[in-house]
Design a protein around this ligand. Structure first.
Ligand code: BDR
Ligand code: CA
Length: 317
């Protein structure tokens, strides 16, 4: 079977790092590029973290490019040190990167990859602010017809985390999110409704630790730090590993329950800026290009991650 080609556009980030490892270790995914965007930390820090994760997973030959440093309109990116620490990926020892960055901007890498591959073969998987994706669609509108689909981690139909009703990735660049949700490509929103169920429980941690490899230990250290922050900041018993859910959807959509519906991004609300408003008034909207995930199979999700780490195996770093 031909592998599914994805570009992971991310801001590592604990859960972005796990998403990268899942994508690299999955037997059905071809991770063709990782592009970075400011979010959990500054663009310099998240890009450095992406390079470090590439070393942890021994991701030889992977294209990694630095993307946008600030939102499309708003003056600067709001970072999330309260969840991800000062480095953006606090907790594990972060190895010295061995990859060199692609000289192109992340936006250019997204455009080139989509235009140079056959139509409908590249899936975009954004797990950070949607700045790069929106800019790519504006610079080269032909990519909208040409991508297979966009599977993004962001938003929520019924819940927020960066405000009462807005999720971090959408809230920090709502105008970019507006552009992405309003393009004609198929969009699957993997939001907080499902990612808050993708918890790294003690049983999950034990399974990963039992692999006994350095990449598995790296993931345990990530989850350990992430868990402490989530407990302190949001009262979670175990941390939600949001971004890996978007990669898991590409690997096996049957893990998720989804609902097709129009999704609006709130741009003018005072208390609701960045809210993803899902219109559930009709049972189905057959012509709608957006859908939202509402449930996830926790056991099968974590089995994918454990399997990917097993396939990555031992790596010295
Ligand atoms: C999202 O925000 C970031 O902090 C995480 O990496 C994830 O992409 C969850 O709201
Ligand atoms: Ca992220």
């Amino acid at each position: 079977m031909e592998k599914r080609k994805i570009i992971l556009d991310c801001d590592p980030g604990h859960d972005d790092a796990i998403a990268m490892l899942l994508a690299w270790g999955s037997p059905v995914i071809d991770l063709v590029a990782v592009t970075t965007v400011a979010g959990n930390q500054t663009i310099e820090k998240v890009t450095r973290n992406a390079l470090a994760v590439a070393r942890v997973g021994n991701m030889q030959g992977l294209t990694i490019a630095k993307g946008s440093r600030r939102p499309i309109i708003r003056p600067e990116t709001e970072n999330a040190p309260s969840i991800h620490g000062d480095s953006g990926m606090d907790g594990p020892r972060s190895p010295k990167p061995m990859h060199t960055l692609d000289p192109r901007s992340g936006v250019q890498v997204i455009i080139d990859t989509i235009m140079q591959n056959p139509p409908k073969t590249i899936t975009l998987v954004p797990t950070g602010a949607l700045t790069n994706i929106a800019l790519a669609a504006r610079v080269e509108p032909r990519i909208v017809e040409r991508v297979k689909e966009v599977v993004l981690m962001g938003g929520g139909a019924h819940v927020g985390n960066w405000s009462a009703c807005a999720e971090f990735n959408i809230k920090i660049d709502p105008e970019a999110a507006y552009c992405v949700f309003h393009e004609k490509w198929p969009v699957t929103m993997i939001g907080l409704d499902v990612t808050h169920k993708a918890l790294a429980t003690p049983a999950v941690m034990a399974d990963i630790a039992a692999l006994g490899t350095k990449p598995a230990k790296f993931v345990c250290d990530l989850i350990d730090f992430f868990g402490k922050m989530y407990r302190k900041e949001q009262g979670f018993d175990a941390p939600p590993v949001h971004d890996a859910c978007a990669v898991a959807y590409v690997i096996d959509p049957t893990l998720f329950t989804t609902r097709r519906c129009p999704i609006e991004v709130e741009l003018t609300g005072t208390a609701t800026l960045g809210m993803t408003v899902c219109d559930f008034r009709k049972l189905d909207y057959p012509d709608c290009s957006t859908q939202v995930a509402l449930d996830i199979d926790h056991g099968r999700f974590w089995a994918l991650i454990t399997d990917a780490l097993k396939r990555i195996g031992q790596v010295e770093f």
